[in-house]
Write a protein that binds this ligand. Structure first.
Ligand code: MG
Ligand code: MG
Ligand code: MG
Length: 308
């Protein structure tokens, strides 16, 4: 068995999942845990690529599955259905996360840090502070990027005072203009042109499960909802395929306007009426506009979940 301790975020990795794993590796190594290796459970999106390019850093290694007994640290997720293949039999020695705790179980004690902040990297920022460790420029940009991504430049309702203070401090350490850098980074993530419809609906998709209802909430960021919806027919076709393949009851694709902080949802599946009840809307042409909705975690997921 490998000696390594693997650190990784969720499938369909976003910027927080990648940056948290990379920062946690650096933090642990700084404390003398040299066996820690950051990994990823899928391809990087364009936003995250922008960050690693900016810093001239290599992508973390791809993890296809984890072996029985493999020591792992989970960041930015805990639910097994969002984690690596084989996670049930791995040895989870730590979790650092800012999501609800669900579909999670271990047979041994572990370090578990959960905070209701806007980003996993905000938790990691505090870990540096608590240990009185200096944050270098590279670490500051990794953490700042994740906070910008998860909170949409502090505009998402998931944003807390902790995230605001952390981002301000990290901007000073990195000596960058956070708003300028952040907008460029977010915009890099909205370039969806060369993704197939199937890739697009899976870029940032979370599989969920309640009372035997299997559903997915996927999200794409854009600066023009209309632009994404030019491909509606193609997207619907890909969603239908996904529903068939995975036996889903519901698929929600949120197309989120990052400049105006709204979303249009495209909804398919035999349980679509759950979404209509959840947001008190009538789907027209499988779509509805949700004013002020940008957060899956705080707005989409809880509303849908409580209506199942
Ligand atoms: Mg995430
Ligand atoms: Mg996150
Ligand atoms: Mg996200």
């Amino acid at each position: 068995m490998e000696e390594k301790i693997l650190i990784f975020g969720h499938k369909n990795p976003d910027t927080d999942s990648i940056c948290s794993a990379m920062v946690k590796q650096r933090l642990n190594r700084r404390m003398g845990y040299t066996k820690c290796h950051a990994g990823r459970l899928g391809n990087l999106n364009k936003e995250t690529k922008y960050v690693l390019n900016y810093l001239n850093l290599e992508e973390p290694e791809l993890i296809e599955k984890v072996e029985e007994g493999q020591e792992v640290i989970l960041v930015d997720h805990n639910e097994f259905n969002q984690s690596a293949e084989g996670i049930e039999k791995a040895k989870i020695i730590g979790v650092i996360d800012h999501h609800r705790i669900a579909n999670f179980e271990t047979s041994e004690p572990l370090y578990y840090t959960a905070r209701p902040y806007g980003c996993t990297c905000t938790i990691l920022y505090k870990e540096y502070k608590q240990r009185d460790l200096e944050i270098n420029k590279e670490e500051a940009i990794l953490m700042a990027s994740a906070i910008i991504s998860d909170t949409l430049l502090l505009k998402s309702p998931t944003t807390t005072e902790h995230d605001k203070r952390a981002l301000e401090e990290l901007g000073k350490i990195a000596n960058i203009n956070i708003t300028e850098y952040g907008l460029e980074m977010l915009k890099a993530g909205t370039d969806l042109d060369d993704f197939s419809a199937k890739e697009l609906i899976n870029l940032d998709a979370k599989s969920l499960n309640k009372e035997n209802i299997k559903y997915v909430i996927a999200q794409v960021n854009t600066v023009s909802i209309e632009d994404v919806l030019k491909r509606q027919k193609e997207l619907e076709h890909a969603i239908e395929e996904e529903i068939k393949e995975k036996g889903l009851d519901l698929f929600v694709l949120a197309i989120t306007d990052i400049l105006n902080s709204n979303s249009e949802i495209l909804v398919l599946g035999k349980k679509s009426e759950i979404v209509e009840t959840a947001f008190n809307v009538k789907l027209e042409n499988n779509r509805a506009f949700l004013e002020g909705v940008v957060s899956r975690k705080k707005q989409l997921l809880p509303n849908i979940d409580k209506n199942i």
